[in-house]
Design a protein around this ligand. Structure first.
Ligand code: FAD
Length: 337
């Protein structure tokens, strides 16, 4: 273990990336440094439904691969004895639209299970909506999945430190490769002006009779049944840094969700949560270099997943792993001159 790799961040992106590197590159010693760990990361509060929106400037083939690799990885866990420890399971339901969408077959529809358009009979449940798609996807609950990944990381020889990093140059002196998975933190850490918060508020309710998810195609209203509670959402508020619960937002969520599923009016609210998605026009999964004390230190970025961090976590982690591997075998820029 001669190559010292530092992964910054212990959300779903950082832990997935660290596990991929530690389990694959046996000659690397991998350390994670993060300010926050489970259950205090943004990933912990997310519903964790595998569902993707399309990023404008990432080739569609790459986005398809990110989705498929994550789906297949989590499906294997859902089909294994680890499913309950990891908090990963199949979840069936529908996405409904008030207007028929232009793209009736989203790029991920080949990878989820049993994707089909809903029948007129099924749509009668939703009189305000004209069109719907039914499918089975995966729900990955990070309050279980992150500790499960952390254990896997330690078993592969990984080390963990809790600390806020204030500058990449400082840590680059002590490592051979840096992997930046700091999510929204990259706005300061990587001085990336394209990164911004997208505030999301959700409610947790006790409604064990609900077994199927419902998602409005506008992405703002959703009902996701989980292991211990049902998640009701949500909000999508760009450039809003507030972490406090907003009563008006909460009331709006209850109203919209109960309109879709009237039985929710009787459901007891057991929690409220606000998280800031790491917004960016496109996720950044690429390699850069830091110049430190006469050395070019490879810096692999993996952040900016917006509302799809869990959905794309394993696929982007595999790309980051490839970039780390390439860095080991390619000469840094100054050596090529
Ligand atoms: P985070 O989980 O935020 O982790 C970032 C890590 O970096 C943390 O450990 C943090 O402490 C560390 N860090 C940051 N800066 C520093 C620093 N300077 N020094 C040290 N450590 C640092 N996605 C889905 O795929 N499906 C969903 O159903 C879904 N639902 C969501 C619902 C809501 C309400 C919200 C808010 C988000 C939802 N998301 C969903 C999006 C998902 O939560 C994010 O895309 C994902 O959590 C991003 O993961 P991450 O690891 O990049 O970031």
């Amino acid at each position: 273990k001669r190559v010292k790799v530092l992964v910054i961040g212990a959300g779903v992106v950082g832990l997935s990336t660290a596990v991929c590197i530690a389990e694959t590159l046996s000659y690397c010693s991998v350390t994670i440094i993060a300010e926050k760990f489970s259950p205090d990361t943004t990933s912990d509060g997310a519903a964790g439904i595998l569902f993707a929106s399309e990023f404008p400037d990432v080739p569609l083939g790459r986005q398809r691969r990110w989705f498929k690799e994550t789906f297949d990885h989590l499906l294997a866990i859902a089909d294994s004895p680890h499913a309950s420890d990891a908090g990963v399971f199949l979840c069936s339901g529908c996405q409904i639209f008030k207007e028929v969408p232009c793209d009736k077959k989203p790029f991920w529809s080949d990878f989820v299970l049993g994707f089909r358009n809903m029948t007129r009979h099924e749509m009668k449940r939703f009189p305000d909506h004209k069109f719907g798609q039914a499918f089975t996807t995966i729900k990955c609950e990070c309050v279980s999945y992150l500790p499960w990944l952390e254990k896997r990381f330690r078993e592969a020889g990984g080390r963990i430190r809790c600390e806020k990093i204030t500058g990449l140059q400082k840590v680059a002196q002590m490592y051979d490769i840096i992997v930046n998975c700091s999510g929204l933190g990259s706005s300061l850490l990587a001085k990336d002006e394209e990164v911004y918060p997208i505030r999301g508020e959700i409610l947790k309710v006790n409604a064990p009779w609900l077994k199927n998810f419902i998602r409005d195609g506008d992405g703002k209203t959703y009902i996701y049944p989980g292991i211990g509670y049902v998640t009701l959402g949500g909000t999508w508020q760009a450039d809003d840094w507030r972490l406090e619960v907003d009563k008006e937002d909460s009331n709006g969520i209850v109203e919209r969700c109960s309109h879709l599923e009237p039985s929710l009016r009787k459901a007891q609210v057991i929690g409220r949560w606000v998280g800031l998605r790491p917004g960016r026009p496109n996720p950044r999964v690429e390699r850069d270099y830091l110049y430190v004390e006469g050395r070019h230190v490879p810096l692999v970025h993996n952040y900016g997943h917006g509302g799809c961090g869990i959905t794309l976590s394993w696929g982007t982690a595999l790309d980051a792993l490839d970039l780390v591997r390439q860095s080991l075998f390619e000469k840094p820029p100054q050596a090529r001159l």
